[in-house]
Unconditional design. Structure first.
Length: 348
């Protein structure tokens, strides 16, 4: 796979991005295209001291879209911004996927306006992984779309299931009964039950950690709150346990005895392994990762990009919308109505 990486995006760019790209290319074997200020990237490659790997190339893009820039406006004025050029490489078949730790809004805008939406998908969605004892849960949307309708939630379920390659799915709601929740949740419940997906019903918030479903869908506001709370709570628990075990005279012995168990728990809840958040519903693979990502997390994000491109996720989503027009958005519904009328011989 050919992975275009926004080398100027993130709190620790370009140093951590460059180092993560070099280490990833050396271990995975994919081609990595570092997009950004060429001279600065070359200096970082030289300072890393591992030479210039043959599978790492540089594409010069002198402009940067900052966190304070308005995404849509910046796309118009900064046409040579690193995230824009990296996304255009995917559009023009110069790369198979794009990865960025920069402004999420700019990354989404670049994907939507440069790659375009998949036909039948009304609004793309960001999917994130929540780590549970039974494995990761795919949660979407986590911030791309705040105002959703029932069509969007059905499409989220489809895209999430395709990406996660799991069997079970769920709809985040306040209760298990069909009539619980607002009109949106009730209508989405009805449509998901008749969508052809393996829909397990509504999922309460306390059932997320129990892994009742492999894919959970909700609007972007709820999803973003859940994701941030989940990450914050995990960090708080580990910090509190570490602080408590460092107190007292027997603390060193206790830490020594408990270290193997803590290492297993730490590996289980290692959120960096799932730091690559896919934007689903666009004509290409676009992966967003944390702005604070360092080299290790960026490598996992590149791996997610490579796996999504190899699995042809956008093509699989597009195929689903073609074969299930009645549940693939407003345009799909129109196609279904036309087909129904033509089947009855109507010409109007």
């Amino acid at each position: 796979m050919r992975i275009a990486v926004d080398a100027m995006g993130g709190d620790f760019a370009p140093r951590e991005v460059v180092r993560g790209a070099i280490d990833y290319a050396a271990t995975r074997g994919d081609q990595v295209i570092l997009v950004g200020a060429g001279e600065q990237i070359e200096r970082e490659i030289e300072e890393y001291g591992k030479g210039h790997p043959p599978r790492v190339s540089v594409v010069d893009a002198p402009e940067v879209i900052g966190m304070g820039d308005h995404p849509a406006a910046a796309l118009r004025t900064k046409k040579r911004a690193s995230v824009v050029v990296a996304t255009e490489l995917v559009r023009d078949d110069g790369a198979d996927a794009v990865v960025s730790a920069g402004s999420t809004g700019a990354t989404l805008a670049a994907a939507i306006f440069r790659l375009g939406r998949i036909d039948g998908i009304d609004r793309p969605a960001l999917g994130a992984h929540l780590v549970t004892p039974e494995g990761p849960i795919m949660l979407l949307d986590v911030g791309a779309i705040v105002d959703c309708d029932e069509d969007n939630l059905v499409q989220f379920g489809v895209m999430g299931s395709i990406y996660a390659e799991h069997v079970l799915r769920g709809l985040l709601n306040i209760g298990e009964e069909v009539d619980k929740g607002d009109r949106l949740a009730q209508e989405a419940n009805h449509r998901l039950r008749h969508s052809g997906l393996n829909f397990v019903g509504n999922v309460e918030g306390n059932e997320l950690i129990a892994h009742r479903a492999d894919v959970v869908v909700c609007d972007g506001f709820v999803g973003n709150v859940i994701l941030k709370f989940f990450e914050g709570l995990t960090t708080y628990i580990f910090r509190s346990v570490r602080q408590d075990l460092n107190q007292g005279l027997v603390a060193p012995l206790a830490l020594l005895a408990l270290r193997p168990g803590f290492e297993r728990i730490r590996r289980r809840f290692d959120y960096e392994r799932f730091g690559g958040t896919p934007l689903l519903g666009v004509r290409g693979v676009s992966i967003v990762t944390h702005g604070r990502a360092k080299a290790r997390m960026l490598q996992f994000a590149m791996e997610a990009a490579s796996d999504a491109a190899a699995a042809r996720i956008p093509e699989l989503i597009a195929e689903w919308t073609r074969t299930h027009p009645a549940t693939s958005g407003l345009r799909g519904e129109l196609r279904a109505r036309i087909a129904h009328r033509l089947g009855r011989g109507e010409r109007d």
